[in-house]
Design a protein around this ligand. Structure first.
Ligand code: TYM
Length: 382
């Protein structure tokens, strides 16, 4: 098994004693290593690998994870675990913007937790937690809301898309969604945020809110977070419906879930939108066809992609064969995850241990930030 269920801390990591000492010193001491006095020291430690950079990312609990979530976000999470100080969470408060019922809220949180672990998130390396277990995030959300302006929130692309897509549910939570997301990130003072292409604007807004806070209270307190991917560009995984990205809100037929059975994958791919085929050699591919090629680029070996690309360019492609190959490669990519999902899903003791440990570690970090933020804002206890 590539992850252990024992949840004992592995002290034998590559992390040096020096960096460990500084990490705990900065966490435990009353000194803030990121304020203006200590900023040069903080940068020095980061630059010379003596301290780990902090990473935060999350996924909304609105269903099971699909290939878009995996290749856009989770694949990076797995790779970042050893190198960075990682916080990965389940964004259950964010899911309330679309009004889940009490009956499906917990089940969806569990789905994401199980999928995270099945993909290879390791609770001994990363802090894995449920957002609503860390109430300090709401407090920071409130402070950041005081300096987030209606105009900039209304201009966010994701807000405009939601208004267009669901005009009967334009709630204030949707409007301030980017502020809650900024609070998620800034609460741990993260600098790297592994996300897909669709989240780029939210990261820009998180930098705006953090910088505005710093200017207001005259402190270099929050570092700037940036979207991150190990790939050359941020990833956008297309869906199967011929237009746009893979996403839960676009419907089940558009998504390949990591837990889908081979039969379900074959059926969905066979129904993916295509056309009547190329009418001239080397013609540009229409969006629906390009999307399927983009999916093949993600899940298949390069020579498979080149083979079908050549056939398309020579007008000799048979979409039936192309889709069959794509489905088989998707099955190969998701097989090990599906097996581990089945392994973990009924182990409620283990899931509880992971969530409790994660909440404890995340709160420790969040409480430290909130204490410092309160001081900066000017709250004093009597
Ligand atoms: P969510 O739940 O929509 O998606 C979770 C992650 O999956 C990525 N993703 C995709 N990447 C490539 N192609 C796709 N088709 C695709 N679909 C989804 C998303 O980019 C994202 O990285 N707002 C976030 C959740 C969130 C968050 C945060 C993320 C809340 N707070 C703080 C980072 C940091 C969201 O809606 O993700």
């Amino acid at each position: 098994m590539f992850f252990s269920k024992s949840l004992r801390f592995n002290t034998n990591t590559a992390w040096s004693n020096t960096s460990r000492a500084f990490f705990y010193l900065s966490r435990a001491s009353k000194f803030n290593f990121t304020n203006s006095t200590f900023f040069p020291l903080f940068s020095f430690l980061l630059n010379f690998g003596l301290m780990k950079e902090t990473v935060v990312s999350g996924i909304r609990s609105t269903g099971k994870l699909h290939l878009g979530n995996y290749y856009g976000a989770v694949k990076n999470f797995i790779k970042m675990q050893e190198e960075y100080n990682c916080y990965f969470f389940i964004a259950d408060w964010h899911s309330l913007t679309t009004h889940p019922t009490p009956e499906n809220l917990h089940g969806n949180i569990k789905n994401v937790l199980v999928d995270y672990l099945a993909c290879g998130l390791n609770p001994e390396e990363s802090t894995i937690y449920v957002q609503s277990d860390v109430p300090e995030i709401i407090e920071l959300y409130l402070y950041l809301n005081m300096n987030a302006y209606l105009g900039e929130l209304e201009r966010a692309t994701s807000f405009k898309d939601k208004v267009r897509g669901n005009p009967d549910n334009v709630n204030a939570g949707l409007l301030t969604y980017p502020v809650l997301m900024a609070a998620d990130i800034l609460i741990h003072k993260a600098t790297k945020v592994p996300v897909g292409k669709d989240q780029e604007q939210h990261l820009e807004m998180a930098r705006t809110f953090g910088n505005r806070f710093n200017r207001l209270y005259n402190q270099e307190y929050f570092p700037e977070p940036y979207a991150f991917s190990y790939t050359e560009k941020l990833v956008k995984v297309p869906g199967l419906d011929g237009k746009g990205k893979m996403g839960k809100s676009e419907g089940d037929a558009n998504c390949i879930y990591l837990s889908d059975t081979p039969e379900a994958i074959r059926k969905k791919v066979s129904r993916a939108v295509t056309d009547s085929g190329p009418s001239e050699e080397n013609q540009e591919k229409p969006e629906a066809i390009q999307n399927l090629f983009d999916l093949m680029k993600i899940v298949s070996p390069a020579d498979t992609l080149n083979h079908f690309d050549d056939l398309y360019n020579k007008m000799a492609i048979r979409y039936g064969d192309f889709k069959k190959q794509l489905a088989e490669d998707m099955i190969i990519a998701t097989d090990p995850v599906r097996e581990r999902i089945n392994d973990i899903v009924n182990d409620n003791d283990y899931l509880q241990k992971v969530a409790r440990l994660g909440a404890e570690k995340a709160r420790e970090s969040a409480q430290k930030t909130i204490k410092e933020v309160r001081q900066l804002i000017g709250f004093k206890s009597f």
